[in-house]
Ligand binder design. Structure first.
Ligand SMILES: CC(C)(COP(=O)(O)OP(=O)(O)OC[C@H]1O[C@@H](n2cnc3c(N)ncnc32)[C@H](O)[C@@H]1OP(=O)(O)O)[C@@H](O)C(=O)NCCC(=O)NCCS
Length: 144
């Protein structure tokens, strides 16, 4: 497959029988929740604070996910506003653990940084983040 993953591998998880719909495929809501989780990790690291999902744009379910697939979720910070961030998220699967890799979903998740009182707070400039945080956010494909 010529298409490459975009972003950094943030999470991997195996799709289990408990996550299926009556047709035997994995629920879209389960995949969405894995994407939200991974995007939340990315946004929380960028903001260095609590974050909440405020909107999801361009969500596409491209291919089904099957039991036994390894789901890999790739994220990167696409843009930063004042208190909000757009995280680009892609989910790819390895079919039955060893098969070929294909993209199953993509979307743009917007998060808002919150302070200790649960109010929106500014996302800090990137150059103020500790080096290890900038490294963990660096754009780069993992083994997926
Ligand atoms: C996120 C939340 C705190 C924002 O509150 P708010 O009063 O709208 O705050 P503000 O008007 O100051 O907006 C904060 C930022 O969010 C953005 N925003 C707010 N509502 C938005 C929406 N519906 N879509 C996209 N962006 C939105 C604003 O543009 C702003 O971005 P910026 O600071 O980068 O310019 C509030 O909407 C909330 O608590 N939502 C529920 C979040 C949640 O529980 N998520 C989990 C789902 S179960």
């Amino acid at each position: 497959m010529s298409e490459e993953t975009k972003g950094r591998l943030t999470m991997r998880v195996v799709a289990m029988p408990a996550d299926t719909n009556p047709a035997g495929d994995i629920f879209g809501g389960w995949v969405l929740s894995q994407m939200d989780n991974a995007a939340g990790i990315c946004a929380g690291q960028r903001a260095q604070s609590r974050v909440v999902t405020v909107s999801i744009d361009g969500m596409s379910f491209i291919r089904p996910v099957k039991v036994g697939d390894i789901l890999g979720v790739y994220t990167y910070v696409e843009s930063v506003g004042t208190t909000s961030m757009v995280i680009n998220v892609e989910a790819w699967v390895r079919r039955e653990r060893i098969g070929f890799r294909e993209k199953v979903t993509e979307g743009k998740f917007r998060f808002v940084a919150l302070d200790d009182d649960g109010l929106p707070c500014p996302v800090p400039p990137e150059d103020t983040l500790p080096e290890y945080v900038r490294e963990s956010l660096a754009y780069g494909a993992g083994p997926g």
